[in-house]
Design a protein around this ligand. Structure first.
Ligand SMILES: NC(=O)c1ccc[n+]([C@@H]2O[C@H](COP(=O)([O-])OP(=O)(O)OC[C@H]3O[C@@H](n4cnc5c(N)ncnc54)[C@H](O)[C@@H]3O)[C@@H](O)[C@H]2O)c1
Length: 275
């Protein structure tokens, strides 16, 4: 059911790689809620071709941009404002990548060049997106920027390796830039800390399947899906959440506030009895 929450709003949505991507679902939902927007992803992701299908569905233009390149980002904002006919009202940062995770490097054996890439792509890119928009004054007053995070920013999950540090930086940039952008143009900046979700980035993490089940059994509401995440993100782009900024907002079915669920404790006791 659509509510017209984004009627008349213009935006930029990054990170839609394929139909499993959280950004893909956000794009469909934003369209349904009345927004017009451009889509962007790293030039390399264009080769996969799937984004073109989404662009057709959303009647959106695609502007390739490597989120680590301020030049690409300047071009992204300039072209988006031209195409959309004015400054944007919302921006989605849905970007993450760790070469250390991809190549199976343990946290105690990180390759530091790759570590820098993880931080640059997954966290500093948010600063670059915000700073570029700030300098170009490309976001309207009361605009909204949302980035996707994960709870490993606050608590350690062994398998998440250097992405935990990247997410901690991402959330810190959200607070620091949120303060500046709030004062400058009343633009709000928040992160949504999402449940484990079956996507290319999510499933690329070693042990993801087992952890997905553990989180499902721990959270009283179960894991939040990508579609449900899109619903939440759309409310943050809307005028209904104008006074929410600099926050990390958990969207995880209650996982982050649960110490141990009865289901998980029971399974643990049974496995010990059967050992
Ligand atoms: N899947 C999960 O379990 C989960 C949970 C919490 C948070 N998140 C976060 O959600 C966001 C989206 O991930 P997803 O799960 O939809 O996976 P995904 O693989 O579909 O999306 C990641 C996107 O990042 C893009 N990207 C990588 N390097 C880039 C660069 N240099 N410039 C521009 N784009 C680049 C990729 O092309 C891809 O579209 C990420 O920040 C991820 O950390 C995911």
């Amino acid at each position: 059911m659509a509510y017209g929450l984004l009627k008349g709003k213009r935006g930029i949505i990054s990170g839609a790689l394929d139909e499993k991507s959280i950004a893909w679902k956000v794009a469909l939902k934003a369209k349904e809620e009345g927004a017009t927007f451009t889509l962007t992803n790293a030039p390399i992701a264009m080769r996969m071709g799937a984004i073109k299908q989404l662009a057709e569905q959303c009647e959106a233009e695609i502007i390739p941009a490597d989120a680590t390149s301020t030049e690409d980002l300047e071009n992204l904002y300039n072209k988006s404002t031209d195409i959309l006919g004015g400054k944007v009202d919302f921006v989605l940062h849905s970007i993450g990548m760790s070469p250390n995770i991809r190549k199976g490097r343990q946290y105690t054996d990180l390759n530091y060049e790759w570590f820098k890439q993880s931080l640059d792509v997954s966290a500093m890119s948010l600063h670059k997106m915000l700073q570029t928009a700030y300098k170009l004054d490309a976001i309207n007053e009361w605009g909204s920027v949302v980035a996707l995070s994960y709870m490993a920013a606050q608590r350690t999950f062994g398998f998440y390796s250097d992405m935990g540090d990247a997410k901690a930086l991402l959330e810190s940039i959200t607070r620091s830039f949120g303060y500046q952008y709030g004062r400058y143009r009343k633009v709000r900046v928040n992160t949504v800390s999402q449940s484990p979700t079956v996507t290319t980035a999510g499933s690329g993490i070693g042990g993801f399947d087992k952890f997905f089940d553990f989180a499902e059994a721990t959270a009283p509401l179960g894991n939040a899906s990508a579609e449900q995440c899109a619903d939440y993100v759309v409310t943050l782009f809307s005028d209904l959440t104008r006074m929410v900024t600099m926050q990390n907002l958990f969207h995880d079915g209650g996982f982050s506030m649960t110490g141990a669920s009865e289901e998980v404790v029971q399974a643990f006791l049974e496995s010990r009895q059967n050992a």
